[in-house]
Design a protein around this ligand. Sequence first.
Ligand code: DHB
Ligand code: FE
Length: 279
Amino acid sequence: MARIAGGLGTSHVPMIGRTIAANKQQEVSFKPFFDAYGPVHEWLANAKPDVAIVFYNDHGLNFALDNMPTFAIGAADSYDNADEGWGPPEPRSFRGAPALSWHLVQSLVADEFDISVCREMLFDHAGITALDLLFPGQDIPVATIPIVINAVQPPLPTPLRCYKLGQAIGRAIRRHASDLKVLVVGSGGLSHELGEFGKINEPFDRMTMEKIVAAPEDLTRYTNDEIVDLAGAQGLELMTWIAMRGAVEGAVNVVSSIYHAPISHTGGAMMLIEPTAKG
Ligand code: DHB
Ligand code: FE
């Protein structure tokens, strides 16, 4: 059966992608953030995942306010990039895993998650930055499946719903008749509000990271409004970490973790976890 090798939560501000593209990771104020990826790269060299399932929030590329799915999954052969927040990017294309996407879709709908299915989808900076952090300066060696969570327009899915979505994805992966090794990524956060520079809540972010490891259910008790009050409107990107943690069930070891604030307008963070019991 397929298995989940690990889960990564990461910030995705375009400045991170831009720094990687310029190969200036050692020159910027948030160098410690990049340094914390060293153990992640070692882990990847051993774990060799085949597929990355990337939970993120679409930043207006695929869905505008007139057509906003709560949850959407890509089921395409490949995903092209588009705006990454810094003007026209170089054209890139990311390999999909459509057979696994369709398995997830069928399993999710049977599990009462009526997810939107996208035969075409653009990858924005949220997905791409995470992939470039994992594989800097390389062609991305894993197949990708984007899963978008509405973190923009009410009514928003609750933290509990996002956690359950992650759990349903985890069940679907563990039921897939293959030897695929899957890395689940949650790309977002942590606290920030783009209209309000400096809306960073470090104690809340640090508490969140501890809970992701040891007591993720505690995070599902927050309402969306409470998260906005505590962590800013874009603090809702935390949903991507919560979904990731739902997929990586049970006790976990932390392979690497960092909190660095600010990175651009955000409380920047990264955490790689792996299941304590290796399946
Ligand atoms: C920034 C943060 C984001 O989450 C994003 O999607 C774009 C920009 C920022 O802080 O610059
Ligand atoms: Fe964002």
